[in-house]
Ligand binder design. Structure first.
Ligand code: AVI
Length: 325
């Protein structure tokens, strides 16, 4: 019997439909300029993100991993036999901790990873199949909205949607609200939502995490321009842009920008678009919100996603919430 299925909801290369890239046009023609963070994650960007996760300054992955190691078994006991849907699965490294917990309790393993990087999705799915001989994987290459709207009926008694790594922080408050509604709509009553959120902490720790000394985060940020060049026949010159990251204490969010080092015009041929930049003009490429655990609990509860348990590290830098609809 077949243990791996890959469903592709995204066009693999260049623009094919007229709506592809409309978010890029919108972001680059408004003031101030911005780009959707999902354009970080082509195959190269996903690799760079994996490197970020290993950086000494990037405490996020390490902290969440330690929390998962402590509570995964408890999570598996609470949910019982259930299949795991993961949004933004990437390399699925942390997911292994969760899979191990279900395996130890003797539950069958069924995993539905969802990611925009098809390359990363396929590589990690194949690796998982080798390491977990009884695992079934149904991988979906697509955006969260597409994938959540098309989830197949579950094959195990329950289902848990995992959204770990604090990717929720990359959505603005309005997008966050829409996203939580989509989660709610994708779940049936009694099913689970596991959410990892990065919490507020001193500015110098946050700024170091998003502007590391080895320049990996800078390369990750600049790779978005290379990705747009490939995808939309663009001519961004990445040596003419600079990585910028700072903590906005009013909004409780890291902001990452790309700053134009000179006055210049960039063309994206496939989008029929010319973009003018003033010297020092920036493109906002990402916000990374840092949460207050009580506020996020209330927002989840307001959607009917009832927080059952919260786990934190000793520093209270990161929170993991298990919710039930
Ligand atoms: C994926 N996401 C949660 C990361 C973050 O920390 O906001 C993306 C990232 N950007 C720069 N470094 C990491």
């Amino acid at each position: 019997e077949k243990r791996l299925e890959i469903q592709r909801l995204l066009e693999p290369t260049l623009v094919v439909s007229s709506s592809a890239g409309s978010d890029v046009v919108k972001g680059l023609t408004q003031t101030p300029k911005s780009l959707p963070p999902r354009y970080f994650y082509d195959d190269r960007g996903s690799e760079l993100f994996e490197q970020i996760c290993e950086l000494p300054e990037y405490y996020v992955t390490r902290t969440e991993t330690a929390i998962l190691q402590k509570c995964a078994k408890e999570i598996a006991k609470i949910t019982g036999d259930c299949e795991l849907v993961e949004l933004g699965s990437g390399s699925s490294t942390k997911t292994r901790i969760i899979l191990d917990a279900y395996k130890q309790l003797g539950y069958p393993l069924r995993y539905l990873p969802i990611d925009v990087s098809a390359g990363m999705l396929e590589t990690s799915a194949k690796q998982l199949l080798t390491d977990y001989p009884s695992l079934q994987v149904h991988a979906i290459a697509g955006t969260y909205e597409m994938a959540l709207a098309q989830l197949l009926p579950k094959q195990l008694p329950s289902r848990m949607i995992c959204f770990i790594g604090s990717t929720l922080g990359n959505l603005n408050p309005q997008e966050c609200d829409v996203f939580l509604s989509e989660i709610k709509d994708a779940l049936q009553v009694g099913e689970y939502f596991l959410l990892g959120v990065d919490l507020q902490k001193p500015k110098h720790i946050l700024e170091a995490a998003y502007d590391d000394s080895q320049g990996v985060t800078a390369a990750f940020n600049l790779n978005m321009l290379d990705h747009l060049n490939r995808r939309f026949e663009g001519n961004f010159d990445t040596t003419q842009f600079e990585h910028l990251a700072f903590y906005n204490e009013t909004e409780n969010q890291i902001e990452m920008h790309l700053k134009s080092m000179q006055k210049q015009t960039v063309e994206l041929r496939a989008l029929n678009l010319n973009v003018h930049f003033q010297q020092n003009e920036t493109i906002l490429t990402e916000i990374s919100r840092k949460f207050d655990i009580n506020i996020i609990k209330q927002q989840l509860a307001a959607k009917g996603l009832i927080p059952l348990d919260v786990w934190k590290d000793a520093n209270q830098w990161f929170g993991l919430l298990l919710c039930q609809l």
